[in-house]
Design a protein around this ligand. Structure first.
Ligand code: HEM
Length: 385
């Protein structure tokens, strides 16, 4: 049985997931020493039962994300998790995020202006990548000239070797990013502003300030984890529409369906395919008894195609209601940035449909998936209209 995601699996992992759901839904991979979980119910349990499945993977964790994230919200268990999360929930409620709508729409228009007259573009490079970076950078008070660096760092950080081990590039990117954030935190400490970093610096939990690793963890998580994923949500949405031209007509006639279409993209081509956990006690998943201290890989991308949960799961269907996909996780770690990602995707799709009629993939375009088994998206998306 192969869970090592060869190049073939990387481009189209879905047949592999289907096979695993049928034949080995909870599978121990001897080579990596981790357990792979493929069915919806089991993935949901692994993501949400934090007393058994810990998010704290240790200093240099098995997900390969390294030190920078190890003290962040996403890698913390209760009670610390609840405390940390409460510091940032206000900034990301649907209401707070809705207030950003005019700015996001304005930025989308500006970016579109840059290439709309040309008739063709790489939508990742010119729209889906820059938009989320600018939005989160503005929220966090990152100077515009520094944004380009994140592209490089986040590319390196989300790309993973097949074994999940960190490599030299990975370590270097972590070091550079840590130095950058330390300098930025110092700057904000002496000159606070209205941004999220200043808010986090002022915050106290039971009279205690956040530790430096916790501050660094927040910066890294917000600036990297949320960007790449939103870029891929937008890219994957355009890909799904390009493959289903009837859907484009449908959404043009019924723009109110766009949010539901975005949920279907999240299910069908989940930007995050897998998340990691570590068992803290012996437990049973499916028919398998898993010991304490075992790394778990919960395959969200497989859960979202599970025929036990979804009818016709291999079909992209914008009419799918009651879409209980796990693309943003489940339970206490449910994605904090979900309202923001959904809003950005909606604004972009509305703009693309109305401003670039006839949008389709460049004929003969060779699509290459990003070098990651965790993040799912294409490196470039050449389209014309
Ligand atoms: C958590 C996916 C966008 C910030 C998560 C988790 C998933 C996820 C699956 C759960 C992790 C776990 O259970 O271990 C996505 C996807 C996105 C997206 C698919 C875009 C389509 C964003 C954005 C931001 C963000 C835009 C911030 C601006 C976070 C944070 C957490 C998180 C802070 C950790 C929450 C916690 O541990 O309590 N995301 N995310 N995400 N996401 Fe997102």
């Amino acid at each position: 049985m192969d869970v090592n995601h060869s190049a073939e699996h990387q481009l189209d992992p879905f047949p592999h997931y289907e096979r695993m759901r049928e034949t080995a839904p909870v599978y121990f991979d001897e080579q990596s020493g981790s357990w792979h979980v493929f069915r919806y119910d089991d993935v949901q349990r692994a993501l949400s039962e934090y007393a058994t499945f810990s998010s704290h993977m240790g200093g240099d964790d098995a997900s390969g994300t390294g030190q920078l994230f190890s003290s962040s919200l996403i890698a913390t268990d209760p009670p610390r998790h609840r405390q940390l999360r409460s510091l940032v929930t206000q900034a990301f409620t649907p209401k707070a995020v809705d207030a950003l709508s005019p700015r996001i729409a304005g930025l989308t228009d500006e970016l579109l202006e840059g290439f709309a007259v040309r008739g063709s573009a790489d939508l990742i490079k010119e729209l889906a990548y820059p938009l989320p970076v600018i939005v989160i950078s503005e929220l966090m008070g990152i100077p515009p000239q520094d944004r380009e660096r994140f592209k490089r760092w986040s590319d390196v950080i989300v790309s993973q070797t097949r074994t999940g081990a960190a490599n030299e590039d990975h370590t270097a990117a972590n070091v550079e990013m840590t130095e950058y954030f330390l300098a930025l935190i110092d700057q904000r400490r002496s000159r606070p502003g209205q941004d999220l970093i200043s808010t986090l610096l002022a915050a106290e939990i039971d009279g205690q300030k956040l530790t430096v690793p916790e501050l660094l963890g927040f910066c890294a998580l917000l600036l990297v984890a949320g960007n790449e994923t939103t870029t891929n949500l937008i890219g994957n949405a355009v890909l799904c529409l390009a493959e289903n031209p009837g859907t484009i007509d449908r959404l043009l006639r019924e723009p109110a369906l766009i949010p539901q279409a975005i949920e279907e993209v999240l299910r069908f081509r989940s930007p995050v395919q897998s998340m990691y956990r570590l068992t803290v006690a012996e437990t049973t998943l499916g028919d398998e008894v898993i010991p304490a201290g075992a790394p778990i890989v919960a395959w969200i991308g497989s859960a979202n195609r599970d025929e036990r949960q979804f009818q016709r799961p291999a079909e992209f269907d914008v009419d799918r209601g009651h879409n209980r996909h796990l693309a943003f996780g489940h339970g206490i770690h449910f994605c904090l940035g979900a309202p923001l990602a959904r809003l950005e995707a909606r604004i972009v799709l509305e703009a693309l449909l109305s401003r670039l009629p006839g949008l389709s993939l460049e004929p003969g375009a060779h699509l290459e998936r990003m070098d990651s088994t965790i993040v799912y998206g294409v490196k470039a998306l050449p389209v014309s209209w």
